[in-house]
Design a protein. Structure first.
Length: 325
């Protein structure tokens, strides 16, 4: 039951940070045009440094890498399952064309950086961030292939252009982390005093910068909600489609993953189960709305769905943690 108390506490903390961003945006302290710059700061600077310094300072073992591979593989499998499951409610509710593609994408892709990193770091420290990185790789692999295809059915962007997004600061930071781990393992550079002195300064500087991701991300989410163009909160919450699809995203798919891991009779390390399930339980990805706008898809459906799923996740995440323990 301790995990439930921890996640409730962390959700309260993250919610307060989100409210801070919401108020700052509404009062124009952080104007709407600053949103894209804050997003770029998180994606291109603070998160890559968080990834690299976390990996570089972590004592990797064979089990660590094995668990990471399992998380990556299960991430791929369950993201695809989430997409298939979303077809049913879309068909029942008569959602078609651009809106249908948006809902499928939002069922598949959760807020695996902006919300998951802060939550998992708060709950499990370096280990939480480390394993979250592996899930993020599986999320990105599908997002920039199948995900972009869903947004881009009606356009003509080349697959080469879409796949180029797989090479980004976060994946480069991951590769850099792997290289550093290999150097420490095979060439024992960790035993060299000069390396340790340089790494200590580098780590102290840039891990501190990377950890600001936790706070800036929630400020960003608050800004996103404040700047979401909707006709009214009550109107959005009354739309059955948003509620139904959010429930599938936040509860049904994670519950299926929980059942699967229970059937395996604890064959996999507990962190494999925890990371995969909690990442699946994250609200819809903010990246989806950006891609919807970029590819002239249903931007309104994307932003309104993010709004609903983010608010609902405050209540559904403790339920998922309760089912996990």
């Amino acid at each position: 039951m301790n995990e439930i108390a921890i996640i409730v506490k962390q959700i309260i903390i993250l919610t307060l940070l989100g409210i801070t961003g919401f108020v700052a945006a509404k009062r124009n302290i952080l104007p709407e045009e600053s949103q894209k710059h804050i997003s770029a700061l998180i994606i291109k600077i603070t998160t890559p440094f968080l990834i690299f310094t976390t990996m570089g300072s972590y004592s990797f073992t064979r089990d660590t890498l094995k668990n990471g591979v399992y998380i990556f593989a299960f991430g791929i499998v369950f993201i695809l399952i989430a997409g298939l499951i979303s077809l049913a409610p879309c068909k029942v509710m008569g959602i078609k064309d651009k809106a249908r593609n948006i809902y499928i994408a939002q069922s598949m892709f959760g807020n695996v950086i902006f919300m998951a990193y802060p939550l998992l770091e708060a709950m499990y420290g370096k280990t939480g961030i480390l394993y979250a990185i592996f899930y993020n790789l599986s999320n990105d692999a599908i997002l920039w292939t199948l995900g972009v295809y869903l947004f881009n059915k009606h356009n003509s962007n080349s697959w080469k252009e879409n796949l180029s997004h797989l090479i980004n600061p976060n994946t480069l930071a991951f590769v850099g982390g792997i290289i550093l781990i290999a150097l420490k393992s095979y060439f024992r550079i960790g035993e060299i005093s000069v390396y340790n002195a340089v790494w200590d300064v580098f780590y102290t500087t840039f891990n501190g910068l990377g950890k600001t991701t936790i706070y800036i991300s929630m400020i960003f989410i608050g800004m996103l909600l404040a700047n979401t163009k909707i006709s009214g909160v009550k109107d959005v919450l009354s739309r059955t489609r948003y509620l139904v699809l959010s429930i599938f995203k936040l509860l049904i798919v994670p519950a299926i993953a929980i059942v699967f891991f229970r059937l395996t009779n604890n064959y996999f390390d507990k962190f494999v189960k925890i990371i995969v399930v909690l990442q699946l339980a994250m609200p819809s990805s903010t990246v989806v709305s950006a891609l919807a706008l970029q590819y002239d898809s249903d931007y309104n459906a994307a932003t309104e769905s993010i709004f609903v799923s983010t608010i609902l996740s405050i209540f559904t995440l403790p339920i998922i943690v309760y089912l996990l323990v």
